[in-house]
Design a protein around this ligand. Sequence first.
Ligand code: SF4
Ligand code: SF4
Length: 108
Amino acid sequence: MSSLAPEPGGKLPTWDELPPGGVSEDAGATGRRMMDFWRGGGHRPLLDLNLCVQCLHCWISCPDNCFVLENGRVAAINYDHCKGCGICAKECPPMVNAIVLIEERQFT
Ligand code: SF4
Ligand code: SF4
């Protein structure tokens, strides 16, 4: 999807032009650059699809549009653009806890 950001001086989108839930379908600059280096000293979210109940909170909440949907269901995390902010893990319902943050250095 192309960006909904207006050109300078342009008009903002109306409510019916926004994607459902206001989800960020275009991560802007971070969607075009590799952002994985941001996680260097931080954390990587790990997704357990066996626990996931497909509420889509992570997909809606990720500021960099990292969650890959297949047939409307969360299928994976695109780590190329994940900066390790941890929002997805916070937004995953506590009783589900399908996303855990692991120290990035454990993968190197
Ligand atoms: S930690 Fe989660 S919310 Fe943050 S950028 Fe990575 S996938 Fe998105
Ligand atoms: S927030 Fe958690 S339970 Fe909901 S879709 Fe994402 S991983 Fe699955």
